[in-house]
Every structure is written in structure tokens, then in C-alpha cells.
Design a protein around this ligand. Structure first.
Ligand code: ZN
Length: 333
């Protein structure tokens, strides 16, 4: 789409969403930015001579990379929660550029049709389609990402009018969700309250498990560095040390927390590091097994049942399953 079209559609969607007027220039600036400062993706590949190289490619606008846009959505919301309102609005605008372009057929598929569609889009006055829009305000991260993915999956629109309508619909959803109140709405708040109470009722268990996760890798490190140099011992155990420490320290913060926001955020961090403990345990385990230090290997094994216990005793409640992905989307005070 033309820069002007991006700007007009972004401004219209922002007005429909009732965004603070002062942020509209930031949204529009962002909506024009990917044509001026493109996004790149990096891929590592092997040359036929067996060398590793990195390939830098421009992210396509008409067939954008969904994972990049998902990352932008989460990042924009984090900026908004931190109070960086202008920066959040600029990044939202950047997402909207891709939303608009994805509704137009790529010039690499049909150059003439692409040019024709863009020209037609630039002639449509968004005011004329407002009555036929299908405006939806998502609540929370899951719903917002779903709206974005559904819009991208539809691919190029069949007509310029359709492209404009879809861009307005999706832009409205994204703006009104990301730039909405940081406070969790009631239905999430109630789930959060129940999780918070649940964690509070398991404080001693949390403390015990956290200490275990912090101390065990340290013992392993000391034992292994008695046999190997400290640097080699650390290099072989780093894969288990990092996630185990993150989970342990997050658990300690959970244990000491006096407010819901800290408790839920650290619970989310601890929960997120559990799979990495298992993965790290396998990698470090294989390294130590190949070196042949079975004693240290045996001492690593308790990490696995501990991870399972943490999952079962702290996180296996339906309330947690329903809000775990929404925690970093809101503030819980
Ligand atoms: Zn573009």
C-alpha cells in the first residue's frame, strides 16, 4: 500500500478505537516506517564447502512473518504497560503496516494486479466503508493474537474494497486491544485472585522447591570442578544451571512477594523455565555422560522429578491454565 493509504487507514482505525488524539501521529509514523526502515530476518545456513554463513533477508510486507508480528504485539503491549505510550503507539503502527500490505497481492506473484489494487485502495475513502465494518475489540493476548493471525491467514483480498475493510477491522482490533487499560478485566482478575490465593497457600512448598533448584546445580558444579577445571565444569552444566536458577530465584520472589502482580509475574517466569530445565538436564546430562562422570550425572537426575512435582503441585490448576498467557498482558494490582 502507498504510505498515504497506510496513514489514512491507521488514522481512521485509531479514531474508531477512541485513542488519545496525541498518539495518532505516532501510530501514523509507525504505519509508514517499514518502507523506510525495513525489518530483516537472519538465517544460518551451511555452504557447500561446509562453512556456516548468515543470510540476511528483508521481511516481506505482502506475506509477512507471523512470528515477527506476534513478537511486535507483545513488545508493544509491554511498552504500553511500562508507560512508554509513544513508543508503544509507533510499534502498533508498524504492525498495522504489515496488516495492510498483507491484504494486497504480492508484486512477486502478480505485479500488474498488485499495482492496480494499491491504486484502487488509495482512491477509497474509508468513511464510505465504515458502516460495513465488523469491529471487534479483543480482550487479552490470546484474543488479540488470534485476530491478527486470522487476518494474515486470509491472504490477499479479492478486491481493493475488501482489502480496505479488512485492514480497518484488524487495525481497530489491534489498536483497541494493545492501547487499552493496563488493569486486568474482571474475569481475568478473578482467575488471577484464585491463583494468587493458591500460591499463597503453598508458600512453604514453594520455598523448599526453590532452594532445591538453586542449591542442587551449585553442588553439581562444585563436585564436577573438583575433577575438571572450573571453566569446563561450568560449560558442561550451564544448560541446567541457567533455567534451574531462573526457576529457583523466581520461586523465591514468589515466596517473598506481598502483592499479586509480583507473585503472578514471577510464577509465570518459574513456569516458563520448567521445560528448559528438562531440556537443559538432557543436554548437560549427555555432556557429562560422554565425559564419564557418573556421580555428578546421578546428582543431576533429581531435577526431573522436582520439575514434575513443581508442575503438579503449583501449576496444575484450571485457573492457571486459563490466565498463564495473559499475565504479562496486564497489571494485577
Ligand atoms: Zn510496505
Amino acid at each position: 500500500m502507498y504510505a498515504k493509504t497506510h496513514e489514512i487507514l491507521t488514522r481512521e482505525a485509531a479514531k474508531l478505537a477512541g485513542v488519545d488524539e496525541k498518539l495518532i501521529p505516532n501510530l501514523c509514523f509507525g504505519a509508514k516506517s517499514p518502507d523506510l526502515v525495513p525489518d530483516y530476518s537472519y538465517k544460518v545456513y551451511l555452504t557447500y564447502r561446509g562453512r556456516l554463513r548468515v543470510r540476511k533477508t528483508r521481511v516481506k510486507h505482502h506475506e509477512p512473518d507471523p512470528s515477527l508480528l506476534k513478537k511486535y504485539v507483545v513488545e508493544a503491549r509491554h511498552r504500553w504497560l511500562k508507560g512508554s505510550r509513544e513508543d508503544a503507539a509507533k510499534l502498533v503502527g508498524r504492525i498495522l503496516h504489515y496488516v495492510g500490505d498483507s491484504a494486497i497481492i504480492s508484486p512477486s506473484i502478480d505485479d500488474d494486479l498488485h499495482d492496480q489494487m494499491e491504486r484502487k485502495c488509495s482512491r477509497i475513502n474509508p468513511r464510505q466503508v465504515i458502516e460495513n465494518l465488523n469491529l471487534f475489540k479483543p480482550i487479552g493476548k490470546r484474543e488479540t493474537l488470534k485476530v491478527l493471525m486470522d487476518s494474515l491467514e486470509k491472504g490477499p483480498a479479492s478486491s481493493a474494497l475488501e482489502a480496505v475493510k479488512r485492514t480497518l477491522d484488524t487495525s481497530f482490533s489491534i489498536i483497541s486491544s494493545i492501547l487499552s487499560s493496563p488493569t486486568a478485566p474482571r474475569r481475568f482478575r478473578e482467575l488471577g485472585d484464585r491463583c494468587y490465593e493458591y500460591f499463597k497457600g503453598r508458600k512453604n512448598l514453594t520455598l523448599f522447591l526453590s532452594l532445591f533448584l538453586i542449591i542442587l546445580p551449585c553442588i553439581n558444579l562444585i563436585l564436577l570442578s573438583l575433577k575438571l577445571s572450573f571453566a569446563i565444569a561450568l560449560a558442561s552444566l550451564i544448560f541446567i544451571i541457567i533455567p534451574s536458577m531462573i526457576a529457583g530465584i523466581s520461586g523465591m520472589i514468589m515466596y517473598r512477594s506481598r502483592d499479586m502482580n509480583t507473585a503472578l509475574y514471577s510464577a509465570r517466569r518459574a513456569y516458563g523455565s520448567l521445560p528448559w530445565i528438562v531440556i537443559g538436564m538432557v543436554i548437560s546430562g549427555l555432556i557429562i555422560f560422554s565425559i564419564g562422570h557418573t556421580v555428578v550425572l546421578t546428582l543431576l537426575i533429581p531435577e526431573i522429578p522436582m520439575t514434575v512435582i513443581i508442575y503438579h503441585r503449583l501449576f496444575k490448576i484450571s485457573e492457571w491454565k486459563r490466565i498463564k498467557d495473559e499475565i504479562d498482558w496486564f497489571k494485577w494490582e
